[in-house]
Write a protein that binds this ligand. Structure first.
Ligand code: PEP
Ligand code: MG
Length: 592
C-alpha cells in the first residue's frame, strides 16, 4: 500500500491497535481537556458571556444533583454527601464574582476566564498544609471540568449514545468505560490522539472487533465532524478524503483478509497442536457474559481471563452478589466443560467507577488498584468472592487475583475466600468447594516471590501488559514512550522464564493472558519459554491457532534459548519475526 499523500487526501499515522479497515464520516468527540480556547470579546458581548457562565453553572448544578440523588438511592445518603462539596464550589460567591470580573475586565470568553480563576483556586488549595483543604482542590478540579464541558458543549459519553449514523469516532482519548458503550452498528472504528497498544481501550477495540488506531498526536484538533475518512487498523493509518485509487487498493487488501479469514475458519475446531505433537491450551479473554458466544465461535477452549470490572462500569450502582453470580454462571454454563478463569475486580489504573469516590491519584497504575482496592473495600470483594464461589457449581470456573505483589496480599485474599466458604456453608448455599485459585504475575516482585506464591495457588497467569509496564517503567497508556514498551526486552524474557520455572518446580501450570499471547510473532517465544496456556482476545485466537499448528516446539525452544542468551531486545524481536514469517508468511502481513 503506497503511503504518500495523493491529491486531496491526508494521511495521519499512529499506532495500529485493532485490525480491520472501515470508511465513513468522522465524528470528533470532545477536544483535549486542557485545550480551552481563548478568544477576545467585545464590550457588547460581555453580558451574553456572563449569561453563558450562569447557564453552565446551573446546568452543572442540575447534573450533580441528579447524580447525587441516584447515588443516594443506590448507596445511601452518606455516600451521596460527597457531592455536597461539589455543590458548594458552584455556589461560591468569591469564585463566581472573580470569574465575572475577569470576563468584564479582560474581555475574554467565559470558559477561559473560568478555567484561569478555578485553576488558581485549586492550585492554592492543593498547596495548603491542612489535609481537608488540600482535598478540596480535587473537588474544585472535578467541578471545573464539568462546568467547562457544559460551556464547550462537550458531552463525551453522551455523544456516543446519540450517534445517528455509522461513523468513525475521533477523540483525544477514550476511557475504557466509554469504549465499552460503543454500539458496533454505529461505531465503525475509532482513532485517538493518545493511548497505546495495551491500554484497556485498545484491548476493548479488539474484543469489539472494530478497527482502531491510537497515538495520532493531534488528529482530534486537526479534524472536524463530517469529514470523510478511511481507517486502517492494520497499519495504523487514518486517511482523510481518500482518493479513488486509495479506496481501490484498500478493496484489494480487504479481499486478501477475507481469504485469510476463510482459511482460519477451516481450523476453528481443530486443536492448537504443534507440528511435533505438543498440545497447547488456547483460551480467550472476555469482558462480559455475552462474550461467551464469541469464545465458541473463535475456536478457543475456554476463557483464560474474564475481566470482571466491565460488569461494574457505566452504571449508577454496584452489581450485587446475585447479579454477579448470574453473569459468571452464564459464562460457565455456556462453555462447560472448558475452564473459565474469572479474575477478581481490577478497578483503578485506567478503569474507574463514576459513582465510587476513588481519589484522583498522580500515578493511578501505581496506586489504589485491583487487589489493593479489594482488600480494603471488603464488602465489595466479599460479594464478588461469594458470587464466584457459587457460580463454580455450574461448569469449570477458576478464580484469579490481579496485581499480587507478594505473599501477604495472597494470604489475605485466600483468608477472605476461606471466610466466604464458611459463610456459604453455614447458610447452606451451594458453592464449588474445589474451585481452583490462581495468581496473576504482573509485578516484578511477584516474579521474585514466585516460589512462595506457587505453593499457595493452583496456577499462574502472566499479565504481560502490566509486567512490561512495571519492569521497564514504561506507562502502558503513553504514546510518547510507546516505542520503549518492549515485550522482547531481555529482562522480560527472563522474567517470564523465571515465572514458568517457579511454577513448574512447584507443580502448577503457567499461562499468559496479556497481549503478548495474542501476537503471533511472539507466541513461539512464549511457548519456547515453557508457557502452558495462552489466552488472547477472541479476535486473534484463530491467527494464534494457525501459527501454533505450523510451529515445531523444537524451533520454539531454540528461539527461547537464543533469547535467554541475547542481550538485545531488537535482536530477539528480529529472530521471532523471522521464525513467524517463515512458518506462516501470509498471516503476518497487515497483522494487527
Ligand atoms: C495484563 O496486565 O497483562 C493483564 C492481562 O491485565 P490487564 O490488561 O487487564 O491489566
Ligand atoms: Mg494487568
Amino acid at each position: 500500500m503506497s503511503e504518500h499523500s495523493r491529491s486531496g487526501e491526508r494521511i495521519l499515522r499512529g499506532i495500529p491497535v485493532s485490525g480491520g479497515v472501515c470508511r465513513g464520516k468522522i465524528v470528533v468527540l470532545g477536544k483535549a481537556r486542557d485545550a480551552i480556547p481563548r478568544h477576545e470579546i467585545s464590550e457588547a458581548e460581555v453580558p451574553q458571556e456572563i449569561q453563558r457562565l450562569e447557564h453552565a453553572l446551573t446546568q452543572t448544578r442540575e447534573q450533580i444533583l441528579k447524580v447525587q440523588r441516584k447515588v443516594s438511592e443506590a448507596m445511601g445518603a452518606k455516600d451521596a454527601s460527597i457531592f455536597d462539596a461539589h455543590l458548594l464550589v458552584l455556589e461560591d460567591p468569591t469564585l463566581i464574582d472573580e470569574v465575572t470580573r475577569v470576563i468584564q475586565e479582560k474581555k475574554i470568553n467565559a470558559e477561559h476566564a473560568f478555567q484561569q480563576v478555578a485553576e488558581k483556586y485549586a492550585a492554592t488549595l492543593s498547596s495548603m498544609d491542612d489535609e481537608y483543604l488540600r482535598e478540596r482542590s480535587t473537588d474544585m478540579r472535578d467541578v471545573t471540568a464539568r462546568v467547562l464541558d457544559n460551556l464547550l458543549g462537550r458531552t463525551g459519553e453522551g455523544e456516543v449514545g446519540k450517534l445517528k449514523e455509522p461513523c468513525i469516532i475521533i477523540s483525544y482519548d477514550l476511557a475504557p468505560s466509554t469504549t465499552a458503550l460503543f454500539d458496533r452498528k454505529m461505531v465503525l472504528g475509532f482513532a485517538t490522539d493518545a493511548g497505546s497498544r495495551t491500554s484497556h481501550t485498545a484491548i476493548k477495540a479488539r474484543s469489539l472487533q472494530i478497527p482502531a488506531v491510537v497515538g495520532l498526536h493531534d488528529a482530534s484538533k486537526q479534524l472536524n465532524t463530517g469529514q470523510y475518512a478511511l481507517l486502517d487498523g492494520y497499519n495504523g493509518l487514518l486517511i482523510v478524503s481518500p482518493t479513488d485509487q486509495t479506496l481501490f487498493e484498500y478493496g484489494q487488501l480487504v479481499r486478501k483478509r477475507v481469504n485469510l479469514q476463510e482459511k482460519l475458519r477451516d481450523i476453528r475446531d481443530e486443536s492448537a497442536i504443534t507440528l511435533d505433537g505438543v498440545r497447547i491450551t488456547l483460551s480467550a479473554n472476555v469482558e462480559q457474559a455475552a462474550d461467551a458466544e464469541h469464545v465458541r465461535a473463535c475456536g478457543a477452549e475456554g476463557v483464560g481471563l474474564f475481566r470482571t470490572e466491565y460488569l461494574f462500569l457505566n452504571r449508577e450502582t454496584l452489581p450485587d452478589e446475585e447479579e454477579q453470580y448470574l453473569a459468571y454462571r452464564q459464562v460457565a454454563a455456556a462453555l462447560k466443560p472448558h475452564p473459565v478463569v474469572v479474575r477478581t475486580l481490577d478497578l483503578g489504573g485506567d478503569k474507574f467507577l463514576s459513582h465510587l469516590q476513588m481519589p484522583q491519584e498522580l500515578n493511578p497504575f501505581l496506586g489504589w488498584r485491583a487487589i489493593r482496592f479489594c482488600l480494603e473495600e471488603r464488602d465489595i470483594f466479599r460479594a464478588q468472592l461469594r458470587a464466584i464461589l457459587r457460580a463454580a457449581v455450574e461448569g469449570n470456573i477458576k478464580m484469579m487475583y490481579p496485581m499480587i505483589s507478594g505473599l501477604d496480599e495472597l494470604n489475605q485474599a485466600n483468608a477472605l475466600v476461606e471466610e466466604c466458604r464458611k459463610e456459604l456453608k453455614a447458610e447452606r448455599i451451594p458453592f464449588g468447594d474445589a474451585l481452583e485459585i490462581g495468581a496473576m504475575i504482573e509485578i516484578p516482585s511477584a516474579v521474585l516471590a514466585a516460589d512462595s506464591l506457587a505453593k499457595r495457588v493452583k496456577f499462574f497467569s502472566i499479565g504481560t501488559n502490566d509486567l512490561i509496564q512495571y519492569s521497564l517503567a514504561v506507562d502502558r497508556l503513553n504514546e510518547k514512550i510507546a516505542h520503549l514498551y518492549e515485550p522482547t526486552h531481555p529482562a522480560i524474557v527472563r522474567l517470564i522464564k523465571a515465572t514458568v520455572d517457579a511454577g513448574h518446580r512447584n507443580g502448577i501450570w503457567v499461562g499468559v493472558c496479556g497481549e503478548m499471547a495474542g501476537d503471533p510473532t511472539l507466541v513461539p517465544l512464549l511457548l519456547g519459554l515453557g508457557v502452558d496456556e495462552l489466552s488472547a482476545a477472541f479476535s486473534v485466537v484463530p491467527q494464534v491457532k494457525f501459527l501454533i499448528r505450523r510451529l515445531k516446539m523444537s524451533e520454539a525452544r531454540e528461539l527461547a534459548e537464543f533469547a535467554l542468551n541475547c542481550e538485545c531486545g531488537s535482536e530477539i524481536l528480529a529472530r521471532s519475526q523471522e521464525l513467524a514469517q517463515r512458518i506462516a508468511p501470509g498471516l503476518l502481513e497487515n497483522q494487527n
